[in-house]
Design a protein around this ligand. Structure first.
Ligand code: DC
Length: 230
């Protein structure tokens, strides 16, 4: 039997990571944060001193970086050429450059291939990203597209960073909107809801409520996951 795939897409700060990890843990599935992979390649490109506005230079710099992702939802890991980059990929420098790097077709081709290999090696997996339901795993039995108000998303991100003051929330909202605009308008696999994805607005839901809902949808979409159809 092919592995069961749950595709979780949506814009930055919509609650994808916490939801995906919670769902994978509840259902005993592997977990892959594809955004972390784009961030890791961005880190590698910056380390190599390439200009992120120059697509050819980005493609060349990204070509020889080896990305390895650990898929335990309780302790996900990511390395570039054997170096743990889980901290550095969350830096502002990487955050500011990641949308430029992830619109380069060679970068996407490479990471999509790696993501499909990770799916094939698993017994079941939750993937979070922007193009999982549309490009990476179009046959996934469950596709969920998470959305939330920009202000709610910014407040969550700022709280995660331990900086809840208004000026920081405002700057975070502007940064989210800038990335959403680039991610949604790029030519190669833009952020988009698959036609058969279920849209879930998390603005007024707690994390547990969102996880419960996705687990319920998973049981319905793929009874092999153990739940009974409500
Ligand atoms: O989920 P995140 O904010 O860590 O993702 C970082 C960036 O990576 C995001 O701005 C767009 C890009 N990305 C992508 O293009 N495709 C994916 N499947 C996941 C992320």
């Amino acid at each position: 039997m092919p592995p069961v795939v749950i595709a979780l897409d949506g814009p930055s700060g919509s609650g994808k990571s916490s939801t995906a990890r919670g769902v994978a843990t509840r259902l005993g599935l592997a977990y892959l944060d594809t955004g972390a992979m784009y961030r890791a390649l961005t880190w590698a490109v910056l380390q190599r001193g390439a200009d992120v506005e120059d697509a050819a230079a980005v493609a060349a710099a990204a070509a020889d970086a080896t990305i390895v992702s650990g898929t335990d939802p309780q302790a996900p890991t990511i390395t570039v050429d054997g170096v743990d980059v889980s901290g550095p990929i969350r830096s502002q420098e990487v955050t500011d450059a990641v949308s430029q790097v992830s619109r380069v077709p060679e970068v996407r081709e490479r990471l999509v291939r790696l993501q499909r290999e990770t799916i094939a090696a698993s017994e079941g997996i939750v993937l979070e990203g922007r193009d999982i339901g549309t490009v990476v795993a179009p046959d996934a039995p469950l596709k969920v597209f998470l959305v939330a108000d920009t202000n709610a998303r910014a407040a969550r991100r700022a709280a995660e960073q331990g900086q809840a003051e208004a000026a920081h929330v405002e700057a975070t909202a502007a940064s989210l909107q800038r990335r959403d605009a680039i991610d949604s308008s790029r030519t190669t696999s833009p952020l988009a809801k698959a036609d058969d994805a279920i849209q879930l607005d998390t603005t007024h839901l707690t994390l547990d409520e969102v996880i419960d809902e996705v687990v319920r949808l998973a049981a319905k979409a793929a009874p092999a996951l153990g739940g009974t159809t409500p």
